[in-house]
Write a protein that binds this ligand. Structure first.
Ligand code: ATP
Ligand code: MG
Length: 575
């Protein structure tokens, strides 16, 4: 996600996923606008109060009028205070609601992202999600209300003109100047905020990788490498964000100075008018207060503009992700009422995105319901890839995958994966209890089912002994359990709910021989009548299967009854 490909993205119309939550909060924004209107009017009243006091009260020593005016002003101040509080509250309210809605939508899409289209590292994706905060902050910030103040710049100028005539020229000249400066700094800001975002992502990537693999980083001595990457990322990022802040503060600071200039300028011009008896003392003071105030929203606007650029950058990045097609068929997915477990691959060819070589080439086989098949092959021969393809994690480049005769592209991914119990090679556990990890909020898995599968997978042997074992909280990714224990939980997870198809990728690679033998015995019983694809390098597991498919470099090189294929492997061509 470099700055270049950001530029190419066409100017975004605010997409539905962002507009919709905002529209839903329309009424709140209206309240904010109404409050802002009153707050602006109150500000005018305050200036007029000063003018009246100077022009009427001071010369005539009219104390009773002063009291009346003060009471009036007091009421205005109280209302002003309440309205400002309300405005802040409403803005926050809208922000929180938008945050929740957008967050839900974006997170949903993140989980439905197509793996083959996923760009960037875990850290980059994580920081992309963090950009949601930037969006939320923008919509929830009081600066947004500055937009409502813009029309009041003209109203304020009008009042200045009515009171002071030509003095209005001073603030009226400042307004376009401030806008000009903002407009001039805008392109640089845009560029810098894109750069800063990209570099922030880089920083996040290093961070996430380091934290996620802390143990490996230590044991392998990768600390110096990562430190260097981190330092580089931090330096780059701080450089670009420093520039970004510098440029954006030019606009904001200039707007503040413009306020002072117009305040003082009005006084200077006004003194001449007083000499010519064209302006009263009170009028001059009111004009100078108002002139300063007319510029004030501009300072906010220029702040808003600089935030707008970074928000837009964040928005574009997020929108790129949101516009990727989600998983699953484009139209209405097919619903299969029952899945028997027939799996067929026809001439499947597949290449991982960006990979030079095909991981699968012309792979064809058919597995009958209830058949138990082992996928064997050397390291990197494409066994796990076949599992991924059958689970619909990646679409094949060519060929078809059929489950019970239906192309899996027509099925909803969640339905497909519900019908397949999969224990993948690198099964990852989630934070939470062991129970949560096995049940995963699936309605068809209750406590009895959980106990049944943990007996089979061997999880019960160690969890049953610990008091409240199933409520044992696991830290990140199942830390706190041994490798074999984690594996057995992954097996339980795959078996829970009796899916008609079971795929196991090296299910016993972290187990001792005894545990493995016991597991195989229990699996014999459990898997009867259900389709099994067993990927393994361990001979004992082959007891479970009747048939072996042998892969080499992504091609099927042998397919037949277990013992026949085993013999072929044992006595290669030379014999
Ligand atoms: P092992 O026995 O080591 O588990 P395998 O047969 O399961 O090996 P696969 O994981 O299917 O092998 O990988 C097949 C090929 O695809 C390998 O050459 C590998 O480099 C490549 N590959 C695997 N996963 C990816 C990925 N996510 N992106 C790109 N290439 C990948
Ligand atoms: Mg593998």
């Amino acid at each position: 996600m470099s700055a270049d490909n950001l530029v190419k993205v066409p100017r975004p119309r605010l997409a539905e996923w962002l507009m919709e939550p905002m529209r839903r909060n329309r009424s709140t924004y209206w309240k904010v606008a109404v409050a802002a209107v009153f707050i602006n009017i109150f500000a005018l009243l305050t200036a007029l109060f000063t003018m009246t006091v100077y022009d009427r009260v001071v010369p005539n020593n009219a104390m009773s009028s002063l009291v009346a005016l003060s009471i009036g002003l007091g009421i205005v101040i109280i209302f002003d205070f309440i309205l400002k509080l309300l405005r802040a509250y409403f803005v926050d309210l809208a922000g929180a609601s938008i945050d929740r809605d957008i967050g839900e939508e974006v997170f949903g899409r993140l989980l439905a992202i197509r793996l083959e289209l996923k760009k960037g590292s875990t850290g980059a994706l994580a920081s992309l999600m963090r950009e949601l905060e930037a969006l939320r902050d923008f919509f929830a910030s009081a600066t947004l209300t500055a937009v409502v103040d813009v029309p009041f710049i003209f109203l304020t100028l009008l009042v200045v003109w009515l009171i002071g005539g030509p003095v209005v020229l001073v603030p009226a000249l400042m307004v376009p100047l401030v806008i000009l400066i903002g407009w001039l700094t805008h392109p640089a800001l845009e560029r810098l905020s894109a750069r800063s975002l990209g570099e922030g992502m880089l920083k996040q990537s290093v961070l996430v990788e380091a934290i996620g693999g802390l143990e490996t980083v230590k044991t392998a001595g990768a600390a110096p490498l990562l430190s260097r990457r981190w330092l580089k990322a931090v330096e780059q990022h701080s450089d670009s964000s420093l520039r970004q802040r510098m440029v954006s503060s030019i606009g904001v600071t200039f707007a503040t100075s413009a306020g002072t200039i117009s305040y003082a300028g009005v006084v200077i011009v006004g003194v001449n008018l007083i000499a010519e008896q064209e302006l009263t003392m009170g009028g001059l003071i009111a004009c100078s207060i108002l002139a300063g105030r007319a510029i004030a929203p501009l300072a906010q606007i220029s702040q808003l503009l600089s935030r707008l650029t970074s928000t837009r950058t964040a928005y574009r990045q997020l929108n790129q992700m949101m516009e990727l097609p989600p998983e699953g068929p484009e139209g209405e997915p097919l619903k299969l009422s029952r899945i028997d477990g027939k799996i067929e691959l026809r001439n499947v060819g597949f290449r991982y995105p960006g990979a030079p070589e095909r991981a699968l080439d012309e792979v064809s086989f058919s597995i009958e319901p209830g058949e138990h098949v082992a996928l064997l092959g050397r390291v990197g021969s494409g066994k796990s890839t076949i599992a991924r393809i059958i689970l619909g994690l990646y679409p094949p480049e060519e060929g078809l995958i059929l489950i019970d005769g239906t192309d899996i592209r027509q099925l909803a991914p969640a339905d497909l994966r519900n019908a397949i119990g999969a224990a993948m090679q690198e099964s990852v556990l989630l934070t939470g209890s062991v129970r949560e990890n096995i049940v995963l909020d699936r309605p068809q898995v209750d406590d009895a089912e959980m106990l049944r599968v943990t007996e089979i997978s061997g999880t019960h042997q160690f969890m049953g002994q610990i008091a409240n074992g199933y409520d044992l909280k696991l830290a990140d990714r199942g830390e706190g359990l041994s490798g074999g224990q984690r594996q057995s939980i992954a097996i339980a997870r795959a078996l829970a709910g009796r899916p008609p198809i079971v795929i196991m990728d090296e299910p016993s690679s972290a187990m001792d021989a005894q545990t493995e033998t016991a597991l195989i015995q229990r699996l014999q019983e459990e898997l009867r009548g259900r389709t099994l694809i067993m990927i393994t390098h361990r001979p004992p597991l082959l007891q479970l299967v009747q048939r072996i498919i042998l892969l080499d470099k992504g091609k099927v090189v042998a397919d037949g009854p277990r013992d026949a294929v085993l013999q072929k492997i044992m006595r290669p061509k030379a014999a």
